[in-house]
Design a protein around this ligand. Sequence first.
Ligand code: TXA
Ligand code: MG
Length: 323
Amino acid sequence: MQTTIGTDINYAAALLQKGELVAIPTETVYGLAGNALNDEAVLKIFIAKNRPQFNPLIIHVASFDQLNNFVTYIPAKAKILADAFLPGPLTFLLNKKDIIPDLVTAGSDKVAVRIPDHPLTKKLLTKINFPLAAPSANPSGYVSPTSAQHVYEGLNGKIAYILDGGECIVGLESTIISFDETEKVIVQRVGGIALEEIEKVLGEKVIQSAQTHELPDAPGQLKSHYATHTPLLLGNVNDLINQFPDQKIAVISFKNNYIHKNIIQQYILSPSGDLEEAAKNLFKTLREADSISTDIIIAERLPGEGLGRAINDRLNRAQHIYK
Ligand code: TXA
Ligand code: MG
């Protein structure tokens, strides 16, 4: 299959209507979209990404009002958060209606729904009469794409079209939340909306699910995801450089410049120490560091607050498993 890149929303809509796949820009990362109500289109997504079918997909809709078509119940707090943050990088996990195929939710009775904030994709969603199932548009296990070129590098030949909406402005996937029986918010994945922001709007603490807590330095236990091909090590940069004295090294730091003869390339995520800027640069930087010829990539953790939590979560998952 020939993969083309362009900005033709009508063409993208026509392909989706036919059950084909289109990569779409969002404010977080590019998504690999198909008609969420069409089993065959959804199956194509899993195949193109080589994604295991037990890993469910987020559906994307144009407006909060449309949620009623796809979920059985909307908690009052979801509405409050929607008013504060949507369209934007916040995903709700809610009880699904039967119209959502089990393939989308991997058999769960909950569906993840979000309203993305990107002009092209917002327009696209108004031209079609179905929601879009869209995981990040990368081969399963690799770094998420934040540009059309990133998508092309990973999925060329596997999808019909890439809708080019430029570089993603947030650069981290959406924050995913669910609600417990008492409608307390549980954060299932840290992402583009910081926990502190949600807590400020609701005036109460959120609950962090186990997988969102800062992970210890025990990469052997980690499921590798967002993995670079060049092994990535996370921790104190100077200590790690000293542990690997014979290696050519790329360093990814928050704002500091490290100097050592073994450092071939240094990437600073935000010279001014701005977490939003660092988030926007993270995946692009991981890809760049992975594309040059070094033996290892050494990255440091960022402050564990605001978007720093989500950045650290992605770096943790990118760590190489050294035993
Ligand atoms: O920002 C984003 O959320 C991007 C853009 C494209 O919208 N999408 C994204 O999708 O990050 P993906 O598939 O790469 O990550 C979705 C995560 C997965 O970890 C999946 O397990 C979880 O959401 N998820 C989706 N549906 C779920 C469900 N029904 N129950 C529990 N987890 C779910
Ligand atoms: Mg993903």
